[in-house]
Write a protein that binds this ligand. Sequence first.
Ligand code: SF4
Ligand code: SF4
Length: 163
Amino acid sequence: MKILIDMIKLRAAMIENSTMTLPEAYFYPSANTNGLKTIRELATFRFTCRKCEDAPCISVCPAEALEKDEDGIITRFTNLCVSCKSCVTICPFGTMMTDFFKHHRNRDILYDLKDGNAVEKFIKACPAGTVTLTDEDESPAKNIYRLNDKVLIKDYLYITEKQ
Ligand code: SF4
Ligand code: SF4
């Protein structure tokens, strides 16, 4: 059984209720040494980010907290990030949300998806239909992609000509 997070519906829910604080989740298959990053941040960099060649978000960052991995996916070093949000402002595609960069997260709405009870609570806390359990696997025809062994993301994938 996998957890399917529908980023398309989540964005729509946020637009409908702009004052809503979204519950957040994280899932680390092994010990994490690079600071806590939420699934929404990881999914956004993986699937929504246009992977700009000159990546203005990287060059504007005053803390050298952003870099591209070998697949061209932006990664943020949370231990360096000072939450200035310059990257959010300069991104021409509005990829990043300011709430990705909160240093102090409300533990009451932060769920570890390695824990079955937390998964149930996360599903209940999220807007209806945005997070579900599924036996399905990755299915590009349905805009469903694998983030990791346990989490699937539904989103429109940005594909460049090079890909
Ligand atoms: S919010 Fe963090 S990652 Fe973004 S520009 Fe500022 S220091 Fe860099
Ligand atoms: S500027 Fe925006 S779209 Fe371009 S690489 Fe950075 S986050 Fe991605």
